[in-house]
Write a protein that binds this ligand. Structure first.
Ligand SMILES: [Fe+2]
Length: 523
């Protein structure tokens, strides 16, 4: 359950009294000492705090307790919490593994917001946790310079937290960039990869992981899926990043299982479940419990959504996993269930929202790179399989005059800039566009893969292991990547930088927006 308390209301006064009756640590007023002050009796915030899905006037916050507890939430525009602009609560119960998340509302636009969370023990009503403080920045309502980072692929291929090697260092590097927000393009966990105590490195050294019971087997239960998120949150870099930067979380395949599709039956080692529907339900539940996504009442498991980030940027978060058709050779040239990628409902939503968008830039976050979605039929000149839907989408964008679209993704486990050009493509009814690939954050790095040529991609830049270094290169060899995007408030120029764990700019480009006044009338 949750409650939102308006400042000045009788309910809010009760909230303040609830906090005040048990702790001396909040800044909400004159406060009595807690009835239980011994630390062993106080609830504990187990995995730091997170925020996400910020808009111009709101944002989600998240934390987890160690017992049934009420999360008491305050927000303010100053870190002194002198003027509290939001107060609410949500109860963390075993049904959500004691995770709690709530929407901060009525926030000012384009502001740094500080939030402070306490957990109140629901059994005693008296014991209250130490506070945890986080911050987020709301989206601007006016035209000002903005920047964000994106990446994907966290703790894959058995590369977990090795404290002697600094843990998941890319999160610390991303934090140094002080982005307005972070887009996680998916593979936020690797539910189908275990984390062993150690792995041998090609240079003779040993990688030593922190280990947990849940990460000693592949996830097939809700506890197992939850354990994957809890493992990542053991990393101090990640927790510090979460406390300071709001996340827009997307999912790819490893939040459930390698390359799954809905309804697939399978027989894999380590799995007593043989159908992906149950695994996907469990994985989805844990994803929504542990990631600070907003809740969509009409479809509680929905991941796809649009983020309006002021006049310069609309961000489209796609879900190419939950509605896709079977994995099979792309023979189908008609659009039907076998060719689904986004699926008809999401595709219709996406077209509608693209057309409605008034933001100058439309950044499309995709869990799967377009150049790796098998798309060609043997008959030259036609698209097939999942390419049918992409072709329809790109043609729609062309005919409806949707300009200034850029695609971002992770998934390949190396970084690249791909330029899609109709003059080099089999399917040609689209405007040229960029796709920028960055990742992994903390996983094995792979040698480059071949791109499907249906939509005419060129590899303008890539950084990946050499053939000698081979696949699944450990994170300690420096080939961990994230991307940085900045939009200038005056010129609206979009600057893209592909960066590595050492914060080096490996490649960058600046793109001027197009303003085509006649284009919208053609639709
Ligand atoms: Fe991945």
């Amino acid at each position: 359950m949750s409650g939102h308390l308006r400042a000045g209301s009788a309910t809010r006064r009760r909230f303040l009294m609830t906090v005040a009756s048990a702790t001396a640590t909040t800044a909400l007023g004159t406060i009595a000492l807690p009835a239980f002050s011994r630390s062993s009796q106080r609830p504990v915030i187990t995995h730091g705090v997170q925020s996400g899905d910020v808009s111009t006037d709101s944002g989600m916050v998240w934390a987890r307790a160690d017992r049934p507890a009420r999360m008491l939430i305050e927000a303010s525009t100053s870190d002194s919490f002198k003027d509290v602009c939001h107060a609410s609560f949500v109860d963390a119960l075993p049904e959500t593994d004691f995770t709690a998340k709530a929407l901060l509302e009525n926030l000012p636009a384009g502001q740094d917001i500080f939030y402070r969370l306490h957990f109140q023990d629901l059994l005693s009503g008296q014991a209250i946790s130490e506070p945890a403080v986080g911050q987020l920045r709301t989206a601007p309502a006016d035209r000002r310079s903005i920047s964000f980072v994106w990446s994907g692929d966290t703790a894959g291929q058995g590369w977990g937290i090795d404290p002697a090697r600094g843990g998941m260092r890319t999160y610390a590097t991303m934090l140094r960039n002080r982005p307005d927000f972070f887009v996680h393009c998916g593979d936020s966990i690797y539910a189908d990869c275990t984390i062993p105590a150690q792995q041998k490195l090609p240079n003779g050294e040993t990688w030593r992981n922190i280990v947990t019971e849940e990460k000693s087997t592949v996830a097939t239960t809700l506890a197992g899926y939850r354990g994957n998120y809890k493992y990542n949150l053991l990393d101090a870099n990640l927790r510090e990043f979460n406390a300071k930067v709001p996340i827009f979380a997307q999912w790819d395949n490893h939040e459930v299982m390698e390359d799954w599709w809905p309804g697939e039956t399978f027989d894999r080692r380590g799995y007593d479940i043989k159908n992906t529907l149950l695994l996907a339900a469990l994985g989805s539940r844990a994803f929504h419990e542990f990631m600070p996504l907003r809740f969509t009442p009409s479809e509680p498991g929905r991941v796809y959504r649009k983020i309006s980030y002021g006049p310069l940027l609309d961000l489209f978060m796609l879900d190419m996993r939950s509605y896709r058709g079977p994995n099979k050779a792309p023979h189908e040239i008609q659009y039907g269930p076998d060719a689904y990628l986004l699926g008809p409902a999401q595709l219709a939503w996406f077209k509608r929202e693209l057309k409605r968008s008034t933001a100058i830039w439309k950044v499309i976050a995709s869990d799967t790179p377009l150049g790796t979605i098998a798309a060609s039929s043997p008959n030259v000149g036609t698209t097939a399989g999942r390419g049918v839907e992409i072709a329809e989408l790109l043609a729609f964008m062309q005919h409806a005059g949707i300009r200034n679209t850029v695609w971002i993704t992770a998934d390949l486990h190396y970084t690249a800039a791909h330029f899609f050009d109709p003059n080099k493509a089999i399917f040609q009814d689209f405007e040229p566009f960029w796709e920028f690939v960055s990742g992994p954050i903390h996983a094995g790095t792979w040698t480059p893969c071949a791109l499907d040529r249906t939509f005419g991609p060129s590899v303008v830049f890539q950084s990946a292991p050499s053939r000698e270094q081979g696949d699944n290169l450990a994170p300690c060899f420096g080939l961990q990547f994230f991307g940085h995007m900045a939009i200038d408030g005056v010129t609206a120029t979009l600057t893209v930088r592909l960066k590595d764990v050492a914060d080096r700019v490996l490649w960058s480009t600046s793109i001027e927006p197009k303003f085509d006044q006649t284009a919208h009338r053609r639709s």
